[in-house]
Design a binder for this molecule. Structure first.
Ligand SMILES: Nc1nc2c(ncn2[C@@H]2O[C@H](COP(=O)(O)OP(=O)(O)OP(=O)(O)O)[C@@H](O)[C@H]2O)c(=O)[nH]1
Ligand SMILES: [Mg+2]
Length: 167
């Protein structure tokens, strides 16, 4: 969780948002038990842009995490330089399918731990073991609300994607 927040924190254009207020009608579809304070969810996609260098402009696409939206991922990975799997450390196991997806896609990706309590309760290497993340995949911590933190996460991704191309 934190994808919409991350795109909003770093984007230099007004982020396109497609939030909908969650009602009790989505209660059976979206598991809210671990995130009782959450009131909106993304129904299509987040979109933003960030200039990292004068000749390096990233376009950011935040896709909804729910399984019923995964068909969008297949299109996005084709043009993307890489992906960030944003992990809500309160719901570690939820991101396993996403990690599995990107391991199989061949697209360079990194894992960003969204530390909700402000403290890092999960150590990167424990998460790597728990989620079976390969040794070459970077794991970083990130506070999606803070621009600098979100930006450095994206820089890590770009560096990783460039390295993957050189291999
Ligand atoms: N403490 C803390 N709260 C965060 C962080 N990132 C997001 N939040 C809060 O978590 C809530 C949900 O974040 P979103 O950015 O909407 O999550 P999302 O991944 O877009 O969720 P979906 O669109 O439903 O898939 C918001 O109320 C944010 O303010 C973070 O790094 N730390
Ligand atoms: Mg969202």
């Amino acid at each position: 969780m934190g994808k919409t927040t991350l795109v909003g924190a770093v984007s230099e254009i007004a982020p396109l948002r497609t939030e909908a207020v969650m009602t009790s009608a989505s209660a059976g579809v979206d598991d809210l038990s671990a995130t009782p304070d959450k009131q909106t969810t993304t129904v299509a996609m987040d979109f933003g842009r960030i200039t990292l260098d004068e000749d390096l402009i990233l376009y950011l696409f935040g896709t909804p995490g729910q399984h019923r939206f995964w068909f969008m991922w297949d299109d996005l990975v084709r043009g993307a330089i890489g992906a960030v799997v944003l992990v809500d450390t309160r719901r570690l196991a939820d991101c396993f399918p996403a990690i599995d997806y990107f391991e199989n896609s061949g697209l360079p990706f990194i894992v960003a731990l969204n530390c909700f309590d402000g403290l890092q309760t999960h150590h990167a290497e424990d998460v790597r073991e728990a989620l079976q993340i390969g040794p070459d995949t970077p794991i970083v911590s990130c506070d999606a609300r803070r621009r600098e933190s979100a930006k450095s996460t994206l820089i890590t991704l770009v560096e990783h994607a460039l390295m993957a191309r050189l291999r």
